[in-house]
Write a protein that binds this ligand. Sequence first.
Ligand SMILES: CC(C)(COP(=O)(O)OP(=O)(O)OC[C@H]1O[C@@H](n2cnc3c(N)ncnc32)[C@H](O)[C@@H]1OP(=O)(O)O)[C@@H](O)C(=O)NCCC(=O)NCCS
Length: 172
Amino acid sequence: MTDEKIIRDVQIGDAARLAEIYSYYVRDTAVSFEYDAPSAKEFECRIKNTIEKYPYLVCEIGSKVVGYAYAGQYSTRKAYDWTATSSIYVDKDYRRQGIGSALYKALEDKLREQGIVNVLAGAAYCETEDEYLTHDSKEFHIRQGYSLVAHMKEVGRKFDRWYDLLWLQKKL
Ligand SMILES: CC(C)(COP(=O)(O)OP(=O)(O)OC[C@H]1O[C@@H](n2cnc3c(N)ncnc32)[C@H](O)[C@@H]1OP(=O)(O)O)[C@@H](O)C(=O)NCCC(=O)NCCS
């Protein structure tokens, strides 16, 4: 079986698989501050909203979708139009195989093409890693060339614990 990574635009038919990848991070980790895993139908709506204005990419290996990344609006105020947010989720069993890097590289290329000059990523964080949250997201973003620009303390509560939120920024 080939382990070639194919990066392509999302299709609505990917919704159920993306919901499956994301559900682990909602149910079992503090990576996402959502409490309830969205349904495939809800994922479809989110995808449709995003692709009206921003890139949304998936990575396939051997025709299995193993991760996805998308951009979003940072703020509706006009002056923010050159700034977007980025989000990324890799199937928990496929991490550390370069999938995240491949997705982000392709996402950044698309964002540059549409004139975006700043990308911001929000990452849940706790000083000491626990069973719900690692430093993966922070380390990954630093490796992708993002810089830490904000550290908001104890802004999210999940699993009866407080979690911080980091904002990381990359100039494209
Ligand atoms: C963060 C995430 C997207 C990284 O995806 P990935 O496919 O595992 O990343 P890659 O294999 O491309 O890693 C690229 C580099 O990032 C860094 N990195 C990634 N995970 C890391 C970790 N746990 N600790 C330290 N560095 C890490 C490393 O430098 C790595 O290169 P290396 O493996 O050659 O050392 C993935 O762990 C994930 O989906 N996590 C849960 C969701 C999440 O946190 N999303 C971000 C918030 S929206």
